[in-house]
Design a protein around this ligand. Structure first.
Ligand code: 0L1
Ligand code: MG
Length: 262
């Protein structure tokens, strides 16, 4: 690690304050180019502690930048991982206050809910499917705290991979007998289809993103507990939204999920 613990805490506070006050900041590496991966995840951990100290509950994890469309959009080449707390959750059909966010975007995702603990290293698609209770459609609302969504991978890891809000649908699907690679999705903005895709866009199979998450956590001495919600990553590019927009995600076999921006 290259940053001191007081610098890590100060950077976590800065990102946390930006999220709470809906204002942006420059990316961390502009000021701290020596930040390494351990520093970046330590800042994310400090942000997580700040959420928990305020009474939030850890409900799961997210994988980000798992599709080629997202990697291309952001100019990067590897997935990143973050955490989810209950205060990020918006009910299906509910409202998201745009003024509480900086420059929100929506992503169509397949979410996993686990029924058994998942451990890495060595976690693979088979272990993930065996530990999956069900999959369900989800809209992730991302909101980078960095000006103009401009960042490098370490800065985005520190910023909890732009996690801000999420909406989970109401029609779970068991994974037995289905092929998540060929599950189709359509995302609509204001009634017009804006994104189309299939599960295979996420690392070839959405469960591969969950396996990579378990292996990442395993390397850090953590696991994915049973009952976790995991967003496996945007199937398409993220779509910018603002107050007045309505977004609906339709996932084959999993019904529809929607959110209004007010
Ligand atoms: O969930 C995601 O794919 C977001 C990862 C972070 C990069 C971004 O803000 O787009
Ligand atoms: Mg995402």
């Amino acid at each position: 690690m290259n940053l001191t613990s007081s610098t890590l805490e100060a950077l976590a506070q800065r990102l946390d304050d930006c999220a709470r006050e809906a204002r942006d900041t420059v990316k961390i590496t502009d000021e701290w180019p020596q930040m390494d991966w351990d520093d970046a995840y330590a800042i994310q951990d400090a942000m997580r502690r700040r959420h928990l100290q305020r009474g939030a509950r850890l409900v799961g994890y997210k994988a980000g930048l798992t599709s080629h469309a997202k990697m291309r959009q952001m100019g990067v080449d590897t997935p990143v991982f973050g955490y989810l707390v209950d205060t990020f959750s918006i009910e299906d059909g509910g409202a998201c206050k745009a003024q509480t966010l900086i420059h929100p975007k929506v992503e169509p995702e397949i979410a996993f809910v686990t029924k058994a603990e998942l451990n890495g290293p060595g976690c693979h698609i088979g272990s993930v499917l065996a530990a999956t209770d069900f999959v369900i459609g989800g809209i992730e609302i991302i909101d980078s705290r960095y000006r103009d969504f401009k960042f490098d991978l370490k800065s985005v890891v520190a910023d909890n991979t732009s996690a801000a809000r999420f909406v989970i649908g109401g029609q779970p699907l068991a994974v037995n007998g289905i092929d998540l690679r060929t599950i189709g999705i359509v995302m609509e903005k204001n009634g017009r289809p804006v994104s189309f895709g299939a599960g295979a866009a996420v690392l070839g199979h959405p469960a591969a993103a969950v396996a990579q998450l378990a292996n990442h956590l395993g390397a850090r001495g953590e696991s994915i507990p049973a009952g976790s919600l995991i967003l496996s990553g945007g199937i398409t590019e993220a779509v910018a939204v603002e107050a007045g927009d309505n977004v609906t995600l339709r996932v084959q076999g999993m019904g529809s999920t929607s959110v209004r921006f007010i």
